[in-house]
Design a protein around this ligand. Structure first.
Ligand code: HEC
Ligand code: HEC
Ligand code: HEC
Ligand code: HEC
Length: 215
């Protein structure tokens, strides 16, 4: 019988390589890598089609909202808010409801690695609504000229004041009573807190939001 011998060092390399790759896939990064796409398994996530917004979002505080829950991060601020600076709050649902995307509502779910990767930190769908329905509307228009009222009817949001106030409110340990600097001034926070805005090809800026754009 023909016996193929594979040298040990090659086997070892393969094993090591696989371990590293799988390890990387399973390990959660301190800063979010992927922004999710609720409900869709095979379709592309938001980040694939909106690369510029994604690149800009990734640099902002919202994308780093999980790192903040780790020990040693914002130690002084945590002490001031009577939180334990050495504690790891990364699995504490009391914190996760505002520091992740769609906690237990089809989004982030402690223990589900795939969802934990996709809905890590404050991602796209916290401000734009669950993609599941409005993506179907977008897909229907091959020229990408979907009417806004149709996507809005299907749940598209545009970071309206109420959307932000779901998290920027008095239930946060860092609220205006702790320090007035945490008071939420919508207009001021809008430019500071969202990604940079880039003009779309088929849709002009929504009325009243022109000032957000770079050019
Ligand atoms: C398959 C590609 C694709 C995916 C995936 C995708 N989008 Fe879009 N999106 C588009 C296109 C195309 C437009 C319209 C672009 C234009 O006007 O030129 C658009 C427009 C938008 C707009 C602007 C709508 C308006 O009325 O101005 C927002 C906000 C948006 N997408 C958010 C998202 C979010 C959040 C996700 C993930 C849930 C997502 N998109 C996933 C292709 C995509
Ligand atoms: C799902 C909850 C959630 C929503 C929705 C949300 N935020 Fe935040 N936001 C946070 C968290 C958590 C942080 C702190 C991030 C960190 O850990 O550094 C934050 C931080 C910020 C910061 C940085 C704070 C600073 O002083 O630099 C700005 C600005 C901001 N958000 C604006 C907004 C605006 C504007 C909206 C709505 C368009 C919004 N946020 C929606 C949870 C949220
Ligand atoms: C109701 C929503 C909410 C909850 C619950 C919440 N956070 Fe946050 N957190 C926020 C928001 C919003 C900010 C950004 C505040 C700002 O800078 O204006 C924030 C900011 C922070 C910051 C940074 C503070 C700073 O000075 O920049 C830390 C640290 C933090 N949160 C830790 C936690 C921990 C730990 C928990 C759970 C014990 C928690 N948060 C629960 C909404 C929340
Ligand atoms: C903190 C809230 C927030 C988050 C998180 C967020 N966006 Fe936005 N996004 C906005 C706001 C506000 C606008 C401007 C809406 C308006 O008034 O038309 C916007 C606009 C857009 C637009 C229209 C074009 C533009 O550049 O303004 C696209 C596309 C978009 N977002 C995609 C994304 C994607 C993809 C992600 C995740 C990587 C994301 N957004 C995360 C708040 C957010």
């Amino acid at each position: 019988m023909l016996k193929i011998r594979i040298p040990h060092f090659i086997l070892l390399t393969i094993v090591l390589f696989t371990t590293v790759v799988i390890g990387n896939i399973l390990a959660l990064p301190p800063v979010a890598e992927a922004a999710g796409f609720m409900g869709h398994k095979k379709k592309k996530g938001c980040t694939k089609c909106h690369k510029q917004q994604y690149k800009s979002w990734k640099k902002m505080r919202h994308a780093k909202a999980m790192k903040t829950l780790m020990p040693g991060e914002f130690a002084e601020e945590k002490i001031k808010a009577k939180l334990d600076p050495d504690k790891n709050y990364i699995k504490d649902k009391k914190c996760l409801k505002c520091h992740t995307t769609g906690l237990d509502k089809g989004g982030y779910s402690v223990g589900n690695k795939k969802k934990m990767r996709s809905f890590y930190a404050v991602g796209c769908e916290e401000c734009h609504g669950k993609g599941k329905k409005y993506q179907k509307v977008k897909n229907k228009y091959e020229q990408d000229d979907f009417p806004r009222d149709e996507v809005i009817k299907a749940g598209m949001k545009y970071g309206e004041k109420e959307v932000c106030e779901k998290c920027h409110n008095d239930d946060s340990p860092f609220n205006a009573a702790l320090d007035p600097k945490y008071a939420f001034d919508y207009k001021k926070m809008l430019k500071k807190g969202t990604h940079k805005h880039f003009r779309l090809k088929k849709h002009s800026p929504r009325k009243g939001s022109e000032w957000l754009y770079e050019d």
